[in-house]
Design a protein around this ligand. Structure first.
Ligand code: COA
Length: 565
């Protein structure tokens, strides 16, 4: 995505911190390199071979499928990072706009191990299908896969059944499923078209069978060939598994787009264009019959009052240094306009000041924001958050959590003041809130602070991280220090001398290990977020998400669990 410009130049606002910018730009260059690995798929050799066979790559197929100039919100691009598998996990998933309809698109990458599904592929597709379910999106599968990654079959065979279960449950929920089959779809993979509402098979390309010719020969002794067992022509004329026979890949994509038109969902996309800079991203009106009620004034909104470029200067290289999240908020929410008198109406600004809460709009869509200010969450912050979350639920307003927290405060005074029950109250509110939640991890997200601020386990509709993010049970140095104290006490209890030299080595090793595990690529690799994004793209990404969530009704909770005030 392109970086967006802004109204008020950094220099005019003052406080520009160049070392922060330099560090962030370095991280962003590295992020580009990591994304480049995913985009390269199986590498030059396999991409060339694929093209030489007259086939399009997964990304080329997606590009032709989505509306020209529309945004494609790619999800989990770094899945599998840090594992033995190719970054991206041999599948591309994301939300794209097809004939004006926001759709979940999932495309096997046949240049990576023949498009075979490894454990990370399966997790990535599970996540895509969860997003489709929660946001009432049609699913389009672009199929060309060697099925299960055979060497790791034990990790995927049993859980992998959920892929097919999810497809048919989506159909039962009237969330349409469309399979465009370009190539191999063998064995279990044959059930992707099998379970989909609509199927399009490419003549001469699609091969869909439970067992290929060698397996059939072994099982029954029958002689057969690919075409008679599972070719597109056979399935279109004989078995009836193919609803449409496409002449070639382009034709399949054309038919797929026509199928979407006939779904009769109306045009749902709210963010049609991403191409040319700051004002290019305009929210369109929702016209379909799946819209939620609500008072947003989409179609008229102002650019942020401060330049999003300045986000690169804000995040300190040392996360222990606090930064003011209002400076982030003013760069991602709509600026002041005729109908939006103030960009951000802060709620309870004088109470629990380590957490900023307030109301704003993004692309004309209302949002409540909770953002950490000083890092630590105290009882007052937890109580304020709980009240704010209840207010958002009572007005059916989606929530955005901007993380930069080291967790809830520890210490005698705070324990006696009820920090556990107040933290629990906030976690209760987050867990039982039913308005859609979006989370962005800007900096630290440690301990139960990650939970209270709607971390992954609390099912935000979407969760993105910045390259500056770090997330773990606690900071690396603190974690190593706790282990050291425990080991020292254990040695003392046994009456043994403590190995000081060994302790220093252990602390350094643990610190480094936790540091590596806390970094965004490692977390993204494990599907603990939906992607690492350039801070400057945050507004656009959130605007797309807010448009997507409007495909399902937005309804606040009518009750929460038992609070202990
Ligand atoms: N599991 C693991 N690796 C697989 C695989 C699978 N199911 N299918 C293919 N691969 C690997 C190949 O070993 C090869 O690896 P390499 O490049 O490191 O040597 C790479 O993917 C490309 O395979 P190749 O056969 O050269 O590609 P192709 O495009 O000519 O054919 C397939 C692709 C998918 C049609 C073919 O590989 C095939 O039939 N695979 C087995 C399919 C199957 O029976 N799956 C069982 C599903 S439950």
């Amino acid at each position: 995505m392109t970086a967006l410009g802004g109204r008020v130049a950094d220099e005019e606002r003052g406080g520009v911190s160049r070392p922060n910018r330099v560090a962030m730009l370095e991280k962003l260059a590295d992020l580009d390199a990591q994304h480049g690995i995913a985009v390269a798929g199986g590498g030059e050799k396999y991409v060339e071979r694929h093209h030489a066979r007259g086939k399009l790559t997964a990304r080329e197929r997606i590009e032709l499928l989505v509306d020209p100039g529309s945004a494609f919100l790619e999800l989990s691009p770094l899945a599998g990072w840090g594992s033995d598998f190719t970054v991206g996990a041999s599948v591309v998933t994301g939300i794209g706009v097809v004939e004006g309809v926001e759709c979940m698109i999932s495309a096997n990458d046949p240049t990576v191990k023949g498009g075979a599904s490894n454990p990370w592929t399966v997790r990535k597709i599970f996540r895509a299908s969860q997003i489709a379910e929660e946001n009432n999106l049609p699913t389009i599968s672009l199929v060309e896969s060697g099925g299960a990654d055979l060497p790791t079959q034990k990790e995927i065979f049993i859980p992998g059944g959920k892929l097919f279960r999810d497809l048919t449950r989506a159909s039962a929920r009237r969330q349409p499923t469309i399979a465009l089959v370009f190539g191999n779809s063998t064995a279990g993979g044959a059930y992707v078209p099998g379970m989909s509402d609509y199927t399009v098979f490419v003549r001469g390309g699609a091969k869909v069978f439970l067992g290929g010719p060698p397996l059939v020969k072994m099982a029954t002794g029958e002689e057969s060939d690919d075409e008679s067992l599972g070719g597109a022509e056979m399935h279109a004329r004989v078995s009836g598994l193919a609803d449409y026979l496409a002449e070639d890949e382009h034709d399949a994509i054309r038919i797929g787009r026509r199928i979407v038109v006939r779904l009769n969902r109306g045009r749902t996309a709210g963010v049609p264009v991403l191409s040319s800079g700051f004002s290019a991203v305009a929210a369109g009106e929702k016209l379909g019959n799946h819209r939620s009620a609500g008072g947003s004034r989409r179609g008229s909104f102002a650019d942020p009052d401060a330049d999003p470029e300045g986000l690169l200067d804000l995040i300190p290289t040392d996360l222990k240094e606090p930064f003011d999240p209002r400076e982030v908020i003013v760069r991602i929410v709509d600026g002041a306009s005729e109908h939006n008198g103030r960009p951000f109406d802060e709620f309870k600004p004088l109470y629990g000041t380590s957490l900023v809460t307030g109301w704003a709009e993004i692309h004309g869509r209302p949002i409540g924001i909770l953002a950490n200010a000083q890092g630590v969450l105290f009882s007052e912050e937890a109580q304020k958050a709980t009240q704010f979350i209840q207010l958002a639920n009572s007005s059916d307003t989606p929530l955005l959590f901007l993380h930069n927290t080291t967790g809830y405060m520890v210490g005698k005074d705070y324990e006696q003041g009820g920090i556990i029950k107040h933290g629990a109250m906030m976690i209760n509110a987050v867990s039982n809130s039913t308005v859609p939640h979006l989370s962005v991890i800007m900096g630290a997200s440690y301990g139960a602070g990650n939970y209270g601020m709607n971390g992954r386990a609390f099912d935000p509709r979407f969760l993105f991280t910045w390259p500056s993010a770090k997330s773990a049970v606690m900071g690396p140095a603190q974690l190593a220090g706790v282990l050291s104290i425990v080991a020292r006490a254990a040695a003392e209890a046994k009456g043994q001398a403590y190995d000081e030299e060994g302790d220093a080595g252990m602390r350094a090793m643990v610190e480094q290990m936790v540091e590596e595990q806390s970094l965004p690529y490692a977390l993204s690799g494990m599907l603990y977020d939906d992607g690492v994004i350039d801070p400057r793209d945050t507004r656009t990404v959130l605007a797309i998400c807010l448009s997507v969530i409007e495909n399902a009704p937005i309804k606040g909770a009518e009750g929460f669990g038992v609070f202990r005030p």
